[in-house]
Write a protein that binds this ligand. Structure first.
Ligand code: BG6
Ligand code: MG
Length: 218
């Protein structure tokens, strides 16, 4: 078995179910702009940066806007989104996440966040798990969106580990692709249909331990 030493975690959809709040905030903005936007459309936004998400919504509505107008709309969406995530508590951690992270740390694995979200610090703070991470790479530190490998390569670098010694946990197809582009194995969290490219797929972290998952990766 490969000697895996680093675990890189996506945030939204892996550690906490914030996808529903992203959806509600984008939906409110799309309604205001008169652009039809469904939960299915929202799937395309997972793992995608804020501005790239808005570009997809504008494309759905066959609309164009200048940069200033786009910035103002993204800000409006984020204000609403932040009003939701401010209410997160430790109870919003997805089942088994805290135990998985704590066990992995105790076994000596290094742990990093690899998320596109600029709100990552606020969310980890609300969930009370910021202290479980050795490094945090979020949307303020990277410029290229998944499936570009930048976010995970930076995570490995911050953990002082080679890419091949790191394993990524992701709920988005673009994130699985980013992991592979970085030369890392990807554990999909969620549905096997959406995550068909992942090396293995788990429904979540309940009763799951890092050693067992990594043994399955070979
Ligand atoms: C990703 C989410 O984690 O972060 C995307 O999957 C989101 O849906 C992106 O657009 C950026 O998040 P934020 O919090 O910086 O707007
Ligand atoms: Mg995600």
């Amino acid at each position: 078995m490969m000697d895996y030493q680093g675990l890189l975690f996506d945030l939204d959809g892996v550690i906490v179910d914030t996808a529903k709040y992203h959806y509600l905030a984008w939906k409110a903005l799309s309604d205001e702009l008169g652009i039809p936007f469904t939960r299915q459309d929202n799937e395309r936004l997972k793992g995608v940066s804020r501005m790239a998400s808005f570009d997809i919504i504008l494309e759905l509505g066959r609309r164009t806007m200048d940069e200033a107008e786009k910035e103002a709309n993204c800000q409006k969406k984020n204000d609403l989104y932040v009003s939701y995530i401010k209410r997160l508590t430790e109870n919003d951690l997805l089942p088994g996440v805290r135990a998985f992270l704590a066990d992995a740390r105790a076994k000596g694995y290094k742990i990093a966040l690899g998320s596109a979200s600029k709100n990552s610090p606020l969310i980890l703070d609300r969930l009370g798990i910021a202290g479980l991470f050795d490094a945090m790479v979020d949307g303020t530190k990277v410029s290229r969106a998944k499936p570009d490998p930048e976010v995970f390569l930076r995570g490995a670098e911050e953990l002082c580990l080679p890419a091949g010694a790191c394993v990524v946990f992701e709920d988005a197809a673009a994130g699985v692709e980013a992991a592979h582009n970085a030369g890392m194995k990807a554990v999909g969290i969620g549905s096997p249909e959406i995550l068909s490219q992942a090396d293995i797929v788990l429904p979540g972290f309940a009763d799951v331990r890092a050693d067992d998952v990594l043994a399955r990766l070979g």
